[in-house]
Design a protein around this ligand. Structure first.
Ligand code: AMP
Ligand code: MG
Length: 313
């Protein structure tokens, strides 16, 4: 029996499997089994108001989870599935409430990774999967990241090497009349707008969000992370680490450069692993500089802002 067949059996029996996708590693369970889905929330220590994305193998498998696909959603699906694009639509009665945190809408995508697709097909189930990390912490982009943080809480970890995209999917809601970007991610807004025209950008953010990507504090390392406004000279403090697109001025104990040549796709692929390496160096402070706010830069900046957020006491 292959590893994927074994993993598919675990999904069918209501267990948890961590698996690679092109964005980040997911913590998967049978989306139609509310008990299995409850185990995801428990393993991640994830608040139940934070809904999950359902992963399917193709649009046919998605059709049973919703009532209908609007025309613009179909255009995006045709162009970008499999890929880092999640579509939010009113859900069918087949989707358990626990998956959507009782919202009347469900988030769905087709991941672009052969192991993920094989797992979904082999199990014959849509798979609910958030990122495979404890809630609020840095997302995993290798199987080793998953083993370190959740290893004892999952039945199996499938290893498909490092994630190629490196940041979570872009989420577009088609619940209102016009499409709305709920979370910037691995597919750029420019590419989406090229296909369907203007997309509204959701700006609200709160402690009780409609979706977890909207939490003010998220993706956080244990080491304090401070953002340096563009153009400002970074003031190092004790043993400081640098996280930026390119080289910093001198004075840093540890330096993580996301893309020496300034390529935002390469930067996104390196982002979470770089943050983890800094977090393991016992630094007093991580100083991070926002990257250009275009293409995948939007997704990187979104995560940097949330990683640096400190709640007001
Ligand atoms: P994560 O678990 O961090 O990979 O992210 C799951 C993301 O899916 C969250 O950030 C939400 O923004 C989004 N999401 C999931 N379900 C829904 C839904 N029903 N409505 C809106 N957003 C959703
Ligand atoms: Mg996550």
């Amino acid at each position: 029996m292959s590893d994927i067949q074994k993993a598919a059996g675990i999904i069918q029996e209501g267990g948890l499997v961590a698996f690679p996708t092109e964005t980040v590693y997911g913590l998967g369970a049978d989306a139609l089994n509310p008990y299995a889905v409850a185990a995801i929330f428990e393993a991640k220590n994830r608040p139940t108001f934070d809904p999950l994305i359902v992963h399917v193998a193709d649009i046919r498998q998605a059709e049973i989870l919703v009532h209908r696909f609007p025309e613009k959603a179909l255009k995006l699906i045709e162009k970008f599935w499999p890929g880092p694009l999640t579509i939010v639509l009113p859900k069918s009665s087949l989707v358990p409430d626990i998956v959507t945190s009782s919202l009347p809408n469900v988030a769905i995508r087709v991941p672009n990774h052969p192991m993920a697709l094989e797992l979904i097909r082999e199990s014959g189930r849509p798979i609910a999967a958030p990122s495979a990390n404890p809630f609020g912490q840095v997302s995993p982009t290798t199987a080793e990241h998953v083993r370190k943080s959740l290893g004892n809480k999952v039945n199996m970890v499938l290893d498909g090497g490092p994630c190629q995209v490196g940041v979570e999917s872009t989420i577009i809601s088609f619940v209102e009349k016009e499409p709305v970007l709920l979370r910037p991610g691995g597919l750029s807004l420019e590419e989406i707008e090229f296909i369907i025209g203007k997309v509204l950008v959701f700006k609200g953010s709160s402690d009780k969000p409609m979706a977890p990507g909207q939490l003010l504090q998220h993706y956080s390392p244990r080491t304090p992370l401070r953002l340096i406004p563009t153009g400002e000279i970074p003031a190092t403090q004790g043993k400081s680490g640098w996280l930026g697109l390119q080289n910093p001025p001198s004075g840093f104990a540890v330096v993580e450069v996301l893309s020496q040549k300034g390529d935002l796709k390469e930067a996104a692929a390196n982002f979470f692993a770089a943050m983890r390496r800094l977090d393991e160096k016992n630094l007093d402070l991580i100083l991070a500089q926002p990257v250009p706010d275009q293409g995948l830069g939007r997704a990187i900046n979104d995560r940097l802002y949330r990683a640096s957020y400190k709640p007001q006491k």
